[in-house]
Design a protein around this ligand. Structure first.
Ligand SMILES: NC(=O)c1ccc[n+]([C@@H]2O[C@H](COP(=O)([O-])OP(=O)(O)OC[C@H]3O[C@@H](n4cnc5c(N)ncnc54)[C@H](OP(=O)(O)O)[C@@H]3O)[C@@H](O)[C@H]2O)c1
Length: 413
């Protein structure tokens, strides 16, 4: 995903239908000023309560979802514009992950039109209002960003397949895969075991490993890797810190992390509950924060976050999962910013995966059929690994978020 210069000129008159502005981050004073100037819109503040990224983000997801539920319950006759204002720097930018929720909302309720408007942290209420009004005249743009006098629009740029591939594993490396006993975790553990000599591979999950899991681990050891499974809930900060301390003690550190822990609790936006949202957000959101903080002073070579097409494009029934995965993309950007400042090590890439043919998570048959009609086919293991190596081969300028699509290229473009 890249930001490109926005096209000039208005494409529509001022928005005349129902209009909501959601201000992320809880700055009540600024919200009051924006609300006073934008009399035709209803303003709401989200993400103000709670401490730390996971709590604030979960509050913002819940509050935005409740707003969408109220709007839908009123059965609007016209299209409703929901503009979400996000400050474009530091941890505040993570609220941009709410884009996943808005994209899903539009798929479930086509009358809802979401738009993320990223602004500089120090912009006045008057400037924000001007940006909102300008962007409301281009409601088809799903994400726009104002910075240093420029207006940019988020879009996708196709990566050239011939830029080479990079296998990030090296002999003797130490690799942590969260959700490692799941479908994709084991595929990548095997890729490491085959691609590097004497690698140490540590897999985590909340459950006890079953017989099948033990057999898969023995198979990996036969390939020459040293493999361990640890029952660690990645959403539990203390447990993650103690696992990282153990890896530091026994192996001198960690070379790379694949964050693949995740759960789904599919249901329509109108039916989502706070418990479901918490269950879906915890492994991804608290998970990435815990991993990042626990490894802040380690010289990681990479941190790869397993996101989903649901985050990048939205997916019916997955409003919470889309918000969780879209947060990972924002987190990758934020962490890479810290790497550039010398505060973290190793490139972070969030990969928005499509459905894997042999992954653990599966789609209901009807959704898979619908995807096929759109030209999307389940991703085969070999092609998925190739896409992974291609995603890592690029320079950091290629994007913090890389979406992988599998199917009929013509139809998908
Ligand atoms: N498979 C696909 O087609 C696909 C497509 C798009 C994106 N993805 C993403 O890729 C990742 C892996 O998918 P998968 O197909 O391998 O799914 P999977 O087979 O369901 O594996 C996910 C693993 O995550 C673990 N997990 C869940 N919550 C956890 C927590 N709090 N702490 C530690 N581990 C936790 C689960 O183990 P426990 O229950 O034992 O904790 C499970 O083994 C997921 O994040 C998913 O969102 C997959």
């Amino acid at each position: 995903r890249v930001w490109e210069a926005g096209e000039a000129g208005d494409v529509a008159a001022s928005w005349s239908g129902p209009h909501f502005v959601v201000l992320c981050g809880g700055d009540e004073d600024r919200a009051r000023d924006v609300a006073a100037a934008l009399t035709s819109a209803r303003c709401v503040v989200v993400g103000g309560g709670g401490e730390g990224v996971p709590a604030r983000y979960e509050a913002a997801v819940l509050q935005t979802l409740e707003l969408l539920q109220r709007i839908v319950a009123e059965k609007p006759k016209d299209e409703v514009l929901i503009q979400l204002v996000v400050a474009g720097a530091g941890a505040e930018a993570l609220f941009g992950g709410l884009a996943g929720l808005l994209r899903t909302a539009r798929l479930e309720h086509p009358k809802l039109r979401g738009q993320i408007v990223v602004v500089a942290a120090d912009e006045s209420a008057a400037q924000i209002v001007a940006h909102l009004q300008e962007s409301a005249r281009r409601p088809h743009e799903q994400a726009v960003r104002y910075s240093a006098g420029t207006r940019e629009v988020a879009s996708w740029r196709e990566l050239s397949p011939d830029a080479g591939v990079a296998m990030p594993w090296r002999d003797g490396g130490v690799y942590l895969i969260t959700g490692g006993a799941g479908g994709l975790g084991l595929i990548f553990a095997e890729a490491i075991a085959r691609g590097a000599k004497d690698a140490v591979i540590v897999l985590t999950g909340r459950s006890e490993l079953d017989d099948g899991g033990h057999a898969r681990l023995s198979g990996l050891e036969r390939l020459g890797a040293r493999v361990a499974y640890r029952r660690v809930d990645v959403a539990d900060g203390a447990a993650v810190r103690s696992l990282i301390a153990e890896l530091r003690e026994s192996h001198g550190g960690v070379s790379g992390i694949i964050h693949a822990a995740g759960v789904i609790r599919d249901s329509f936006l109108l039916k989502k509950t706070a418990d479901e949202i918490h269950a879906v957000l915890a492994p991804k959101v608290a998970g990435v924060v815990n991993l990042d903080e626990a490894t802040a002073d380690l010289t990681l070579e990479f941190m790869i976050l397993f996101g989903s097409g649901a985050g990048a494009f939205g997916n019916v029934g997955q409003a919470d999962y889309a918000a969780a995965n879209a947060l990972l993309a924002e987190y990758a950007a934020w962490r890479n910013e810290q790497v550039r400042r010398g505060e973290r090590w190793g490139r972070t890439v969030s990969i928005a995966w499509p459905l894997w043919r042999d992954g653990g998570m599966q789609l209901p048959e009807a959704s898979e059929r619908q995807q096929r009609q759109m030209g999307l086919h389940p991703l085969a293991t070999e092609a998925g690994l190739e896409a992974f190596y291609r995603a890592l081969a690029g320079e950091s300028g290629e994007g913090d978020e890389i979406a992988v699509l599998s199917g009929e290229a013509g139809a998908l473009r």
